[in-house]
Design a binder for this molecule. Structure first.
Ligand SMILES: C[S@@+](CC[C@H](N)C(=O)[O-])C[C@H]1O[C@@H](n2cnc3c(N)ncnc32)[C@H](O)[C@@H]1O
Length: 390
């Protein structure tokens, strides 16, 4: 989609973006560029100016994109069934939600669980100070009396806990490197500027990036053609370690759009997977008003499984979102609602379609469950096991 047909932001937001752009320019090195990963990091998280840090309306109908929890409460009702099953084995347990958005999933999950099923603590690890406030207000309003169980963490837990970790659409919001296969080897895609506008630039890839790309090509068993460009997250294992190292027993659920590695780096996907969202339009212009739009990259689930291995976590399951939600009892929840709701289940059926249809969220969203010390079959992964594709 060309930037000409994206809606024009209002002037005060353009000013915010211009302030961010000058901060980004301040970081240009002597060669007049910064790695794309640093640009993405600042565009999303620069305090007070980045997309997730500047107090804009991001998620939901009035924002730029909609996530599964924001569609309604069906997603949370399904997750609650998986939480109950794990909690039944653990006894006392906590939930740790990382990247909690507007707090909708937290509010719905807390409401969904009966008083004797509630976690001891609902921990929220949220990077955006602005969103932490939004979450507190929303949980207070929508899960009355339960906000006292919620604790916002400044950093990942530093002492042991057991329970369920949930990360919905968080991995896709982490800054990634972009690389290109050049005639003389791997190149790092960087951001520079020409006539006052950000533009792409390339330089020889640093050794860490070169090594990571070599690992990818060894894994897919074929070389990438000259000119091929894509993304890679160099920090997945480190990130996973920091959020999960203190989980002594439990299940970590990662829900995101992504592929196993050999589908991620297909020859036809020769320009990578980056996507931007602005006012419910998806497009690929990462330089459109930095700070005012979301920038995402799809997830390499094989990389997440490899990271799990390094962190001593077991890959308990990997499936499409559709099959995971069905395993969690989506059809029974729908049937119950249809019997009891005033509209005969119309609204919840619409949610179910959005969550499960292949052309909507059903197939492009995938779920990976990582466990530690769990010795039980998980209902979410009972209907489909795609681990062989990793
Ligand atoms: C695309 S939003 C998804 C929000 C929510 N999970 C949902 O599904 O509606 C990404 C969220 O992850 C948060 N986030 C990004 N990086 C993070 C990190 N390293 N630690 C914790 N939260 C992070 C963002 O601030 C935001 O709340």
């Amino acid at each position: 989609m060309s930037r000409n047909i994206l809606p024009e932001p209002p002037d005060e937001l353009k000013q915010l973006s211009n302030s961010l752009c000058s901060k980004i320019r301040d970081e240009f090195g002597n060669d007049g560029m910064i790695p794309f990963s640093r640009f993405m990091e600042m565009a999303l998280y620069e305090p007070g100016l980045g997309y997730y840090s500047a107090g804009l309306h991001k998620l939901g109908e009035s924002g730029d994109f909609i996530t599964a929890p924001e569609l309604g409460s069906l997603f949370a009702a399904c997750l609650a069934n998986q939480v109950r099953e794990v909690a039944g084995t653990l006894g006392n347990y906590d939930i740790l939600e990382t990247g909690a958005g507007t707090g909708k999933l937290a509010a719905d999950l807390l409401r969904e669980l009966a008083p004797d099923q509630l976690p001891d603590r609902y921990l929220v690890l949220e990077r955006s100070a602005d969103l932490r406030q939004v979450q507190r207000r929303r949980i207070d309003a929508e899960a009355p009396g339960l906000v006292d169980r919620v604790e916002w963490l400044e950093q990942p837990p530093q002492t042991g806990w057991q329970g369920v970790l949930i990360a919905n659409e968080v991995l896709d919001a982490l800054a990634v490197e972009r690389f290109r296969i050049g005639d003389d080897g791997v190149e790092q895609l960087c951001v520079s500027q020409q006539t006052g506008q950000f533009s792409w630039a390339v330089r020889k890839a640093p050794a860490t990036l070169e090594k990571a790309v070599a690992h990818v090509t060894a894994g897919i068993g074929t070389s990438l053609q000259s000119g091929y460009q894509s993304e890679i997250n160099l920090h997945t294992a480190h990130w996973l370690e920091t959020i999960s190292s203190q989980m002594t027993r439990g299940l970590a659920l990662f829900i995101d759009y992504g592929y196993p590695r050999n589908e991620f780096y297909l020859p036809e996907r020769s320009d990578g997977t980056m996507m931007c969202h602005y006012r419910h339009r998806a497009h690929d212009d990462v330089f459109f008003w930095p700070g005012l739009q979301d920038i995402t990259a799809w997830v390499d689930f094989t990389a997440l499984a490899e990271a799990a291995d390094l962190c001593g976590l077991d890959v308990e399951g990997y499936s499409s979102q559709t099959m995971f939600l069905l395993g969690c009892g989506l059809d029974c929840i729908l049937a119950d609602h249809s019997m009891t709701s005033a509209d005969g289940g119309l609204e919840i059926s619409t949610q179910a379609r959005q969550l499960t249809l292949p052309g909507m969220m059903g197939e492009k969203f995938q779920v990976m469950g990582l466990g530690r010390g769990l010795d039980q079959a998980l209902r979410g992964f009972s209907l489909q096991d795609l681990r062989y594709r990793l």
